[in-house]
Design a protein around this ligand. Structure first.
Ligand code: SAM
Length: 276
């Protein structure tokens, strides 16, 4: 009989956040595939789980998937875990799950924590419709482009950010979304310094700048949906001033001046100007 591939969620900080079923499955499968075996050992030791561990990460996923499928077809059952939270959510596993399903292997989820869902449950931002964008690009130009693309989405937008870029990213959010949009920074969820701040971007920047420790840790960022009747801050002003400026000067100069007047990013103003 073909084995089962279990996709097992593990804690995102607090080791107690694991289900009874997850522990049972991890104890009973033939092999656990882990992103970082040394990291996962801590969790497995804590629960006295002695199942053999194999490395399975983004750099060997494609190459390893074939071997894993062979083992499943030979009758072994395996569990995939990541360093934290739910595998495949900004973590490896997609290639493996797709290949397993194509090979007719049963893939079974063992649900548990995910930082994005945990953050959303406590942010106080609408949860009826949302889009998850993983990590935004690291480089400023690409990140600004990505923020401009999500600025108009009529649903809650969620993404992950590292402590290295949290300050720059929040500044970029302010320059595109303006000072009225409500955003949540959910930091160090389930850990000792858990902090969930839902506020305007100037206030969130104030919080980050207040103390270097406020920029440390793992972050989920949630952006409230654009209000259809309430365009993003500065945009109404942009729509008013751009046509006037364009009637007096070239596109590039008009965009530059519009950016100064509205506080909106220059590239965004330029894009808007060429659309008019
Ligand atoms: N698979 C994970 C999940 O289900 O949430 C996400 C893995 S992703 C590689 C790691 C990112 O998730 C971190 O950089 C951070 O943005 C977010 N994250 C993970 N744990 C978190 C926590 N305890 N508090 C806030 N964000 C967290």
């Amino acid at each position: 009989m073909t084995g089962i591939l279990y996709i097992v969620a593990t804690p995102i900080g607090n080791l107690d956040d694991i289900t009874f079923r997850a522990i049972e499955i991890l104890k009973n499968v033939d092999v656990i595939l882990a992103e970082d075996t040394r990291h996962s050992k801590r969790l497995l030791n804590h629960y006295d789980i002695n199942t053999p561990l194999r490395a399975f990460h983004e750099h060997n996923e494609t190459q390893k998937s074939a071997d894993v499928i062979d083992a499943l077809i030979a009758g072994q059952s395996l569990a995939l875990i990541s360093d934290a939270g739910t595998p495949l959510i900004s973590d490896p596993g997609y290639v493996l799950v797709r290949t397993a399903k194509q090979a007719g292997v049963v893939v079974s989820p063992i649900p548990g924590p995910s930082a994005m869902i945990s953050a959303m449950s406590a942010a106080g931002i609408a949860t009826d419709r949302f889009g998850f964008f993983g990590f935004l690009p690291n480089k400023k130009v690409a990140r600004m482009k990505a923020i401009q693309a999500i600025a108009h989405i009529e649903q809650t937008v969620i993404f992950y950010e590292s402590p290295k870029r949290i300050l720059d990213c929040t500044k970029d959010l302010l320059s595109v979304l303006g000072d009225q949009r409500i955003v949540c920074l959910a930091k160090e969820l389930t850990k000792s310094f858990e902090t969930i701040k839902t506020d305007t971007l100037p206030n969130l920047l104030g919080y980050l700048n207040e103390d270097a420790a406020h920029q440390k840790g793992e972050f989920v960022i949630l952006i409230s949906a654009i209000d259809k009747d309430n365009k993003i801050a500065g945009e109404e002003q942009l729509d008013k001033v751009l046509p006037i400026l364009l009637s007096e000067m070239g596109t590039s100069k008009a965009a530059k001046l519009a950016a100064k007047i509205t506080g909106i990013d220059k590239k965004y103003c330029y894009q808007r100007a060429i659309e008019l």
